[in-house]
Write a protein that binds this ligand. Structure first.
Ligand code: PLP
Length: 402
């Protein structure tokens, strides 16, 4: 396999092309085969007893899993990578690799909702106390640190409300106090934000989104720097929450075109977000590349791109029936969770309630938009018709319209 040293001078798109494959071990075939299995046959009693060989049993990994781990480690510039069966699964695994009973952890108020459920339903049982902080607090996080604080969790931009965090400020405070930092970097991917270069200890990617890219896998990836790597690996080995080999195989295929897909998502999302900003129905567009989006200056300073997910807040006064009428009949923007696939999606979100944003003052409906790879004019047309239905309230005969 390509060693980290060999690929460190290569640009990301080249790295994505050369990592995680080894034709010499595959009869010359370019792509690695899909390995699946639990049992590995050992050649001798000595080999069996000493767990010899790179692979000695399924839960210790397969070549397919190892290829993806290796690829991700090289892409992120980390010391090592572990994988899990979903984004949420890897978040749980990473947090468990850091905390112990009696600890205090800091989590942003706008965090991906299931992350906060993990803190409440699992961590609380082990007397790990979660305190929620304003994602834009920056170095003010120091005031919240207790003698037993072991982790500052970050998610940038935050789910639904898209705040970009001042990551270097958080890292500086954490380092000073010997506290670990974990970043959910799913939106930017390592292509647009180099978490470990900014001092983040463990960076998380829900591979379900852009890495998979086709809405047909569930996967989580976590890359760690050298200080956090041994605990992360041993937690992984103790939990046995492995991803399926088929999903890893598809993720490895997804990686080859990741740079093309995120750049196209960025381009389309920017066109659409600018267009939406000028629509009468829209009050605010929350997109990190926009000046009035929270934390925009940190995005300008630290990020090298944006992807295809953003939120719009509609003007106040539309009726719920109108919103239903709009969303039930979209032709391209379908209703569905997740994002990062080839298809456009839209879901209503309620930043005020679930995200615990104290400062949220907008009353209009908020919609999270995932921009897929469809034609931009078709996407605009779909939204135009949707806005008509939003205002009409009464159902229109769609067939005649489309
Ligand atoms: C989707 C998502 C996750 C979880 O990924 P799953 O594979 O769906 O469990 C975690 N963090 C963020 C920011 C996400 O959008």
């Amino acid at each position: 396999m390509t060693k980290p040293k060999e690929s460190s001078s290569l640009k990301a798109s080249t790295v994505l092309s050369v990592v995680g494959r080894n034709p010499e071990e595959q009869w010359g075939f370019l792509n690695p085969p899909l390995y699946k299995g639990s049992t590995v046959i050992h050649k001798s009693l000595k080999s069996l007893v000493n767990l010899e060989g790179k692979f000695f049993y399924g839960t210790a990994g397969t070549p397919t899993i190892a290829n993806l781990e290796d690829a991700w480690t090289q892409l992120t510039g980390a010391a090592g990578t572990v994988l899990s069966s979903s984004g949420l699964g890897i978040i749980a695994l990473v947090v468990l690799s850091i905390v112990k009973s009696g600890d205090h952890i800091l989590v942003p108020t706008n965090v991906y909702y299931p992350t906060s459920m993990f803190c409440k339903n699992i961590l609380e049982k082990f007397s790990v106390r979660t305190e929620y902080y304003d994602p834009l607090i920056g170095s003010g996080i120091e005031r919240l640190i207790q003698p037993n604080t072991s982790l500052i969790f970050l998610e940038s931009p935050g789910s639904h409300t898209m705040e970009i965090q001042d990551i270097p400020a958080f890292v500086a405070v954490a380092r000073k106090h010997g506290i670990k930092t974990v970043l959910d970097n799913t939106w930017a991917t390592p292509l647009f934000f180099k978490a470990h270069s900014f001092g983040i200890d463990i960076s998380i990617e829900a591979g379900t989104k852009y890495v998979g890219g086709h809405s047909d896998i569930l996967l989580g990836l976590a890359s760690a720097n050298s200080e956090s790597w041994p605990a992360l690996r041993s937690t992984y080995e103790s939990l046995g929450m492995l991803p399926g080999d088929d999903d890893c195989h598809l993720a490895l295929r997804g990686l080859r075109t990741l740079h093309l897909r995120v750049k196209e998502a960025e381009r389309k999302a920017l066109i659409l977000a600018k267009w939406l900003k000028h629509r009468d129905e829209v009050e605010r567009v929350l997109h990190p590349a926009f000046e009035d989006s929270p934390g925009h200056k940190f995005w300008v300073r630290d990020y090298t791109g944006s992807t295809g997910l953003f939120t719009i807040v509609l003007k106040d006064g539309f009726k719920e029936a109108g919103l239903e009428n709009m969303l039930d009949h979209m032709r391209i923007f379908k209703l569905g969770f997740s994002w990062g696939g080839y298809e456009s999606l839209m879901i209503p979100v309620s930043p005020g309630a679930k995200q615990r944003l104290e400062k949220w003052s907008l009353n209009g409906f908020a919609l999270r938009i995932q921009v897929g790879l469809e034609d931009i004019d078709d996407l605009k047309h779909d939204l135009e018709l949707g806005f008509e239905r939003l205002k009409e309230i009464k159902p229109v005969t769609l067939k005649a319209k489309l």
